[in-house]
Design a protein around this ligand. Structure first.
Ligand code: ZN
Length: 283
């Protein structure tokens, strides 16, 4: 019998295990199998340790787009993992990007909060704020956000997908919204839930994306980006200053950016640059 463990990879372990038929060396083979498994584990651990930025996700193609851009534009190494593979400590990472659509585990919730409060940069994307996380006891209070129940016309939270959505720069003095960002559009915008910015603002437009209406801020946030969305069914145009913000937490900083429904959102040059800026921003 001849097999290789296939676990060469980053740690450089390579085995060619050879066993003659009916040989009595089963315990020895078992040890080698354990060694191969250990090598696998060390490979994965080393790969995570070499990353500068950790991306924790449950939908991966969109984050692969961002990982490629972080590498090509900022020479930043990333590792994309699921919540199940969260390392014991997030402290070594320059930033942690959260892109979690489904349930946020209690373990991840605690790890993200502790990491940020200890001085980390937490970049929270798109559906990492979603209705399913209402049941997490600490996540929304930490972010300073609530998603009210009820009809959208009376302030209730609502998500609508398959929409055209425009985003505007509400903070033209902020690094995240300006560093190497080129805005292709000039968008008419008057905020309905924040101090007004009259007139037109530089921005960009995403198609076949998803909008979140009536995010409510319960804490103090530095607003970065506003959304403009026209509901074709009702004819109502929403302009809300909740599509991008920063908020300090302990010694660290949270950055939330609402767009990101599909990987194409991250392929938009203006938006991709804003996400990169969120990672590298030094307050
Ligand atoms: Zn979405």
């Amino acid at each position: 019998m001849l097999f290789t463990n296939g676990a060469g990879g980053e740690c450089g372990c390579r085995f060619l295990l050879v066993r003659k038929r009916d040989s009595p060396d089963a315990p020895h083979m078992l040890k080698l199998k354990h060694l191969a498994a250990l090598c696998f584990f060390l490979s994965a651990t080393l790969e995570i340790a070499r990353a500068d930025v950790l991306i924790v996700a449950d939908e991966f193609p969109a984050m692969e787009v961002m990982a490629d851009k972080l590498k090509s534009e900022e020479h930043i190494n990333t590792k994309i993992i699921s919540q199940a593979n969260l390392p014991a400590s997030l402290a070594p990472f320059q930033a942690v990007i959260v892109y979690i659509h489904r349930e946020l585990s209690e373990k991840s919730e605690t790890a993200f909060i502790d990491y940020t409060k200890a001085g980390g940069r937490l970049v929270v994307l798109h559906h990492s704020i979603s209705a399913g996380k209402r049941k997490n006891p600490h996540w929304f209070p930490f972010l300073g956000v609530s998603l009210p129940e009820g009809d959208v016309s009376s302030g209730g939270y609502k998500w609508i997908e398959g929409v055209t959505l425009s985003l505007v720069n509400l903070n033209p003095a902020h690094f995240i919204m300006t560093n190497k960002v080129s805005y292709p559009d000039s968008i008419s915008y008057v905020s309905t839930n924040a101090p007004s910015h009259d007139g037109r603002l530089p921005g960009f437009t995403l198609t076949n994306s998803e909008v979140y209406l009536n995010h409510v801020h319960t804490g103090r946030h530095t607003r970065l980006m506003g959304l403009q969305y026209m509901d074709v069914k009702t004819g109502v145009t929403y302009m809300q200053a909740t599509a991008g913000w920063t908020k300090p937490a302990g010694k660290g900083l949270i950055v939330y950016l609402m767009p990101g429904h599909r990987k194409e959102d991250f392929e938009n040059p203006a938006y991709a640059r804003i996400v990169l800026n969120a990672v590298i921003y030094q307050p």
